[in-house]
Design a binder for this molecule. Structure first.
Ligand SMILES: [Mg+2]
Length: 275
C-alpha cells in the first residue's frame, strides 16, 4: 500500500515547461482533497516562491514541503503550514562544522556576488555568477577550498536560463532530495516500497533511482529517461520505475504523468482520475 507520495514541483506537478499541459493539476488537486496518503513536495523553490506557485496554479496544500533544494521543511498545520525545525536539527547533527559566515568568508570570489538575503538561509549560501562562462571554474575553485575543510558541503552550479545568470548553491551534503524523503519515511515509519517519488529532471535522478516506486513524467528529456532507466536496471529496480507515456485521457506531461504513475502503482483507482 502506498503511504507517502513525494513530488518535485516545477515541470513535474507544475505545468511550467514547453510541453503541452492538459489540466492534470486540476484533477490532482481534486484527488488530493480526499487522499489517504501523506503528500510531500520536494522542491528547489523557497517558501516565497512556493507561495507564488500556489497563487498561480491550483496546487493542493501538502502535508510537508521541503524547499530551497532540501534545506527547509514546512509541515501542515490546520489550513496553513508552519516551519518544522526538526529538519534543521537533523542537518545540524550531520553537519556539525557548518558555519554560514565562515563559509561566506572563505568562498569570497571576484566573479561571484552573494544573492539577495531572502534567497539565503541558515543552511544555504547562494551566489550569482554574472559571467556564465566563468561559472564552472568558480564552482570548482569553491569546491576545492571547501574540500580542504571539515565542513561537509556540496557546491552545486546551475544556470538561470531566463535571467542568463549562473547560480551557485553551497549546501550541507546531507540536505538532498533523497535524505529529505528518507527523513520523512523514518519519521512516519514507512517502508521504502510504500513510497512513490515523482520527478522530471537533474536532481530527481537520485530519488528516482533509490528504490522507491518512481514516476518519471513524459515531458522529461529522453536523456533523463535513459539515465533513470539504466540506473534502475542496474540496481534491479526496473519494476519500480514507471515512465508516463500518456493515454486517451491525459497526455502524460506534468501532473497528468504523475496521475498516470499513481494509477500504475495502485495509489489511485482509474476512475478517480476521470475528467
Ligand atoms: Mg522539476
Amino acid at each position: 500500500m502506498i503511504k507517502l507520495i513525494a513530488c518535485d514541483l516545477d515541470r513535474t506537478l507544475i505545468p511550467n515547461g514547453y510541453e503541452l499541459d492538459d489540466n492534470g493539476l486540476e484533477i490532482f488537486s481534486r484527488v488530493a482533497k480526499t487522499r489517504n496518503f501523506t503528500l510531500a513536495y520536494v522542491s528547489g523553490r523557497n517558501w516565497e516562491l512556493f507561495e507564488e506557485a500556489r497563487k498561480e496554479f491550483p496546487l493542493p496544500l501538502p502535508d510537508y514541503f521541503f524547499g530551497d533544494v532540501g534545506t527547509i521543511l514546512y509541515k501542515k498545520d490546520g489550513d496553513g503550514m508552519v516551519e518544522d525545525k526538526t529538519w534543521f536539527s537533523y542537518i545540524d547533527k550531520n553537519t556539525p562544522n557548518w558555519n554560514w559566515n565562515a563559509i561566506a568568508k572563505m568562498t569570497t570570489h571576484q566573479e561571484a556576488r552573494l544573492q539577495e538575503e531572502w534567497r539565503q538561509n541558515a543552511y544555504k549560501l547562494s551566489y550569482y555568477v554574472d559571467d556564465i562562462s566563468m561559472g564552472e571554474q568558480v564552482t570548482d575553485e569553491m569546491r576545492k577550498i571547501l574540500a580542504e575543510t571539515n565542513i561537509n558541503a556540496d557546491v552545486i552550479y546551475s544556470i538561470d536560463p531566463l535571467k542568463k545568470v549562473g547560480l551557485i548553491d553551497i549546501l550541507p551534503k546531507i540536505a538532498t532530495k533523497v535524505t529529505a524523503v528518507e527523513f520523512l519515511r523514518e519519521r512516519l515509519t514507512i517502508n521504502k516500497d510504500e513510497v512513490i517519488y515523482c520527478g522530471d529532471s537533474g536532481n530527481d535522478i537520485l530519488p528516482l533511482t533509490f528504490g522507491y516506486k518512481s514516476v518519471l513524467v513524459a515531458n522529461a528529456s529522453n536523456e533523463m529517461k535513459d539515465n533513470v532507466r539504466i540506473l534502475n536496471n542496474k540496481n534491479g529496480n526496473e519494476q519500480n520505475l514507471y515512465i508516463a507515456e500518456g493515454n486517451e485521457a491525459l497526455n502524460g506531461n506534468y501532473a497528468g504523468g504523475v496521475l498516470e504513475g499513481l494509477v500504475h502503482f495502485g495509489a489511485l483507482k482509474p476512475n478517480q482520475i476521470e475528467i
